[in-house]
Design a binder for this molecule. Structure first.
Ligand code: MLT
Length: 388
């Protein structure tokens, strides 16, 4: 067999590697506690499941969906953006359904990137921005996210020739993995930069509903001019505990939405209509579940931050997202620290360098495991001798 070069170049997906480590420990009979992937342990709310049960019995939903999504789904997304962010969207031209936002994030590179092209990608970042670029034959110019800059990229640090060649700018706030947040002013600077260099902005915003202490994240689409230059990828996964159902959306610039629709309709057959009915129930239904989930995550966040600080680790409580981003003890790398927790405490954390070289020196702890597992994991970490 002769595989494509890209398969040789393709690193294993970060969480696939971690899952393998967990499976290997479990096979040895070890009880592993995972602060790894951000995959809500809380169930999908009842009224959303009820919509699925009803939709599953409806023969129209047993057939192929349209790639762009049901008109009712796209209308529900537009209503939600209006209510939540005051952003008006044309459901026919400015909203597209996705089989989870990861799928759209991976595919959108095919709309912009020809072999040899450049995308501006934050570092550290969700790995799919760079992998999608690579699949399309392009390469990433990375923009360091530094703690001293609030984990925001410095657009002025992008060399002018790179900025002029770049076709896509990736952003993601509330941020994975750092938990950092951005305000409208930052997004407007991004729009300005994108207009100056004729770059499309792809903002990934799946954590906009996971926020703490009254903090309310904004959408990139609220920035003046955002619709001219970009789109936002969003998802039902983190807001409504729906990771397993695979549904998300891309909203914004109609030319980008049309290009992504053309790519997707040639490659996939859309989101199951019964799942779209769940999403409609989620977006149009009662929203109290969001505050309830956030209260649970906030308690976990506070416990994790307190426990890590007691061990001498430097950590800032995130205002939003499902993640605590902590500095590893001096003299250790991210991987060494993560290995030590796994080998000596059977606790999984994600090494920061898995998100790019500027993630080195950090680990990420996800808050999506039951309270008693959080407590047990923290007890095990605290029991390790001379950690910090
Ligand atoms: C993460 O843990 O980074 C995310 O849950 C992965 C994803 O959203 O695909």
């Amino acid at each position: 067999m002769k595989f494509a070069d890209r398969i040789e170049q393709l690193p294993p997906y970060l969480f696939a590697q971690i899952s393998k480590k967990v499976a290997a420990k479990k096979a040895q009979g070890i009880d592993v506690i995972s602060f790894g992937i951000g995959d809500p342990d809380l169930p999908t709310p009842r009224h959303i499941l009820d919509a699925l049960i009803e939709a599953a019995a409806e023969p129209a939903n047993h057939r192929y969906p349209e790639t762009e999504g049901l008109p009712e789904f796209r209308e529900a997304v537009a209503r939600w953006y209006e209510r939540r962010f005051g952003v008006s969207l044309d459901p026919a031209k400015e909203v597209l359904s996705l089989i989870g936002s990861k799928e759209g994030i991976g595919h959108v590179a095919l709309c912009f990137i020809d072999p040899g092209d450049v995308a501006l990608v934050p570092d550290p970042a969700y790995p799919v921005y760079e992998i999608g670029t690579m699949f399309a034959g392009g390469s990433a110019h990375t923009m360091p996210l530094l703690e001293e800059n609030g984990f925001l990229p410095d657009f002025d640090a992008v060399p002018a020739d790179v900025a002029n060649r770049a076709k896509v700018l990736w952003l993601n706030y509330p941020n994975n993995p750092t938990g950092a947040v951005a305000d409208i002013d930052f997004f407007e600077r991004a729009v300005h930069f994108a207009k100056r260099h004729d770059i499309a902005v792809c903002h990934d915003g799946p954590y906009s509903e996971v926020a703490y202490n009254e903090y309310v994240p904004v959408s990139f689409m609220q920035a003046a001019g955002a619709m001219d230059v970009g789109v936002e990828f969003h998802s039902l996964s983190k807001s409504y505990n729906m990771t397993g159902w695979r549904i998300g959306m891309c909203v914004g610039n109609p030319r980008i939405i049309d290009a992504l629709m053309r790519v997707k309709s040639n490659l996939d057959s859309g989101v199951s209509q019964a799942i779209q009915r769940m999403a409609i129930a989620a977006l149009d239904g009662p929203q109290d579940c969001i505050a309830e989930h956030n209260a649970i995550y906030q308690r976990r966040r506070d416990r994790v931050v307190e426990a890590l600080r007691k061990l001498g680790l430097k950590v800032t409580p995130p205002k939003a997202s499902l993640y605590v981003w902590a500095k590893v003890p001096d003299g250790m790398t991210s991987a060494q620290f993560a290995e030590r927790l796994l080998d000596e405490a059977a606790v999984i954390v994600t090494p920061g360098n898995g998100y790019g070289p500027h993630g080195e020196g950090y680990v990420r702890l996800s808050l999506t495991l039951p309270d008693e597992r959080v407590d047990e994991g923290l007890r095990r970490i605290a029991a390790l001798p001379a950690l910090a």
